[in-house]
Write a protein that binds this ligand. Sequence first.
Ligand code: BG6
Length: 445
Amino acid sequence: MSFPNNFLWGASIAAHQCEGSFAGDGKGRGISEREDYKKPLSDFYHHYKKDIELFSELGLKAFRLSIDWSRIYPDPWGEANQIGINYYRDLLGTLKEKGIIPIVTLSHYEMPYEISKIHGFYSKESVDLFMKYVRTCFDNFGDLVTYWLTFNELNCEHMPGHNKMNGIISSENHLEWDYVSLNNKLVASAKATILLHEMFPKSKMGNMIGYFPIYPETSNPKDFMKMMFKTNLLHHICLEVQCNGEYPYFAHNYFKQNNIDIQLTEEEKAILKSGVVDFISMSYYCSNVVTYKYDAPRASGNQIGGIDNPFLKKNDWGWTIDPEGLRIVLNDCYQRYKKPIIIVENGLGAYDKVENNKVHDDYRIEYFHNHLSELKKAVDDGVDIFGYCLWSAIDIVSVSAYTIQKRYGLIYVDVDDDGNGTFKRIKKDSFDYYKKVIETNGEAI
Ligand code: BG6
């Protein structure tokens, strides 16, 4: 089998990691921005027209971007910022001119910092504020966008230590707060889906989860059990609610065992039921290993703190490189939920070197070759996959490492962490590789 003819070969970015222009043109502070957050990043805000020309040369069929809520509503209780609206309308219009399909995330770790005053998504009021923002997006951009995503990596946002992404600025770790916030976000996501279907019946809404397979360390059934419960908790609460419209038994059980009241109302239950997504989207970077023995040493750099996997290589930040895991994840999700799937993030963060105006990133080409080969096998397995957007289109600042030196882009941006540089764009060797892949609809993987 080969990739379907209309396969969405794409690339992704997120506003807060690349736009720059903080507090410019009426933008408010976003929740992911530190107080001293003055880095110009890749200054996509001022370079998007030129960047989109490069995307067009690359042959992109799709481009995933996010809208920064704090650029639209610097004050979430106040008026919309017309300059922000104009910016995104022009950006989306430019993509349309080039025939590139936008896939738009409504919140990619982005929300106005002001929402922390009400403890972010711990408060049900944030759902109303989010819906006010969503309506503004649909009113202003709905005619230009067919594919929407609600919250980026919703399942990761309630992992311990990620409370800030929910608008909760508190050093304490409240397990109950995590799940109350998650519930409010799931309700907000379902409401956005219902509204989209009412306003634009032909448009499609997807969820977005960060999916990394979890392996048991040994064939000891205890390890398998540990893997199963961890996988359920981490990945399948969100998927079950967003795809099937209700909390699964293992979520109810977990809440009961941990004395968690997620404050789910009868009205919200009905909203979750009618607001199921049209498709699944996910990021895929690495995998983890668990053991039932709590005293096993933890692997450094691993996203969810599992133990070392001796079979896999790691990147410079300790993230495992596991192409076959991608095929496993795709089969697992399709078998469970039977919805079309798109990969919206997959890529290699690496230190790149410019030599004579070139970046020879053969390590990144190897990474994409291996992952795309497994993606192709998943298509052959019969999984309904309609697109692949790699991470990332251009170099942007890393979320976990908070540096632009962890580069992911196909296009190098000449800027350092202090904002020194020319902002010149340089096509890396991986740009030429991916261009061929797109031109041949995957034959040149
Ligand atoms: C995903 C996020 O988790 O991973 C992106 O959606 C992020 O925003 C990407 O950039 C890579 O992670 P990092 O921490 O290296 O930027």
